[in-house]
Design a protein. Structure first.
Length: 388
């Protein structure tokens, strides 16, 4: 059982503590630590289960549209992701993508768009995806080439998106495309594209080290009504950044959940594995390792919940969220590696929890801004302050 005393920290209100405890109880009964070979079916099932449990309401904004609150509560989504990640990485993924995929609609959608999509997302009846990255525009988002040309009451999309989570199983995709109002980031708009829209296809399914639905998307003369544009023309980049701003801290929270699980696994093995007439935990070298793991986790948790608390107070969290994501994801990788080492040969055996965590953590250091990008964000923010 993971240490949950951090929930007493002053960053939280009582309703957050209650929410985390309720999810813990619910997850024990409803989220199993199994590894379905059919990842699409597993994900669809998890979205339904999370929806039926009422948890996806926290991933969308607006009580009129099925949300738990008028704005997304960052501390709530961080606590939920941390807890889900501790139980099952795919459950965390299913929750997170409902939020990230519908985030642009929550933040900038019209009333009609909110009414059409958010309640279904919150009930787990529609699966959402966020399509920003392209083969030649990953970290450098503004290099985006996918284009949307206005044609009367429609836009016509042409181009590709890649690494799109939920690609292949999503019911709708929020797609960012160049509309050309201005050069670079100021000429991008966001669109809702329903699965099955003519001209939209899944060009390729992508396998990764920790399986989850992922695809490259292709748009060829794909017509969507102008009413599918989310927010103003040319404002898509801002919409994307605002969406990522909400969810970036929660990626750090998921990493924290993986790290806590790894520490539990490491402790369990160290205290039960006998060698040289004592347990592995009796060695001071092991104790040093455990102390480092626990301290790394607490440092990350403090940064995660500071950023979440600050965001919920309405403050700017660009620097704080970047620090949280960098420290939590890099730290989790170290904690998981140390836990795997404690398990010895068994640690690399397929199907072991530490082996799965070792694969699961890796992409969190890359997506929603690689660690190097977070470093640049932090330094730029500092230098801006220094120059003022
Ligand atoms: C599992 C997974 C799921 C994803 N899901 C989605 C999704 O749902 N929707 C979506 O739109 N995208 C998604 N992505 C894409 C993800 O956001 C990109 O992979 C990420 O932005 C990095 O882009 P890239 O892969 O093109 O790497 P590149 O941009 O080519 O970067 C390669 C490496 O360069 C380094 N780097 C980057 N910038 C700098 C710099 N300024 N200085 C020094 N070094 C730098 C970093 O180490 C980085 O890892 C997903 C990716 C993965 C792996």
């Amino acid at each position: 059982m993971a240490d949950t005393t951090y929930r007493e920290w002053p960053f939280f209100d009582d309703h957050h503590r209650q929410l985390a405890a309720e999810l813990e109880r619910w997850a024990t009964e409803n989220i199993h630590d199994d590894h379905d070979s059919d990842v699409d079916a597993a994900c669809r099932g998890l979205v339904k289960t999370l929806g039926a449990g009422g948890w996806l309401r926290h991933a969308v904004a607006g009580t009129a549209h099925g949300g738990a609150a008028e704005v997304i509560d960052t501390r709530a989504i961080c606590l939920l992701r941390e807890t889900l990640a501790r139980y099952n990485g795919l459950a965390d993924f299913a929750f997170a993508m409902q939020g990230l995929g519908s985030g642009a609609i929550s933040l900038a959608g019209s009333d009609a768009q909110k009414a059409a999509y958010l309640p279904r997302v919150a009930r787990g009846e529609a699966i959402a995806a966020f399509a920003l990255s392209e083969p030649d525009a990953g970290s450098d988002v503004a290099a985006m080439a996918c284009a949307a040309r206005r044609d009367g009451d429609h836009y016509v999309l042409d181009g590709e998106k890649t690494w799109i989570s939920n690609g292949g199983i999503a019911d709708f995709y929020v797609v960012f495309a160049r509309t050309g109002e201005a050069p670079g980031a100021r000429g991008i708009s966001a669109f809702i594209v329903d699965a099955g829209t003519p001209g939209f296809e899944i060009a390729e399914r992508i396998d990764v080290i920790a399986p989850h639905p992922l695809a490259r998307l292709r748009f060829s003369n794909c017509r969507v009504p102008a009413s599918a544009r989310v927010g103003a023309a040319g404002e898509g980049f801002k919409v994307a950044m605002r969406t990522l701003d909400v969810f970036r801290t929660s990626v750090a929270a998921a990493a924290l959940g993986f790290a806590r699980r790894a520490l539990d696994e490491g402790l369990q093995r160290a205290t039960s594995r006998r060698m040289f007439g004592q347990t592995l935990a009796d060695f001071q070298l092991t104790q040093a390792k455990l102390a480092q793991m626990a301290t790394t986790i607490d440092s990350a948790a403090l940064l995660v919940y500071r950023a979440a608390w600050q965001r919920d107070r309405g403050g700017n969290v660009t620097r704080e969220a970047a620090m949280a994501k960098m420290v939590a994801t890099e730290g989790a990788q170290q904690v998981i590696d140390a836990a795997l080492q404690l398990w010895g040969g068994l640690g690399v055996r397929s199907g072991q929890t530490v082996e799965r965590l070792y694969r699961e953590i890796r992409s969190l250091r890359i997506y929603e801004g690689a660690t190097e990008v977070q470093q640049l964000i932090i330094a730029r923010d500092m230098l801006k302050g220094a120059a003022a």
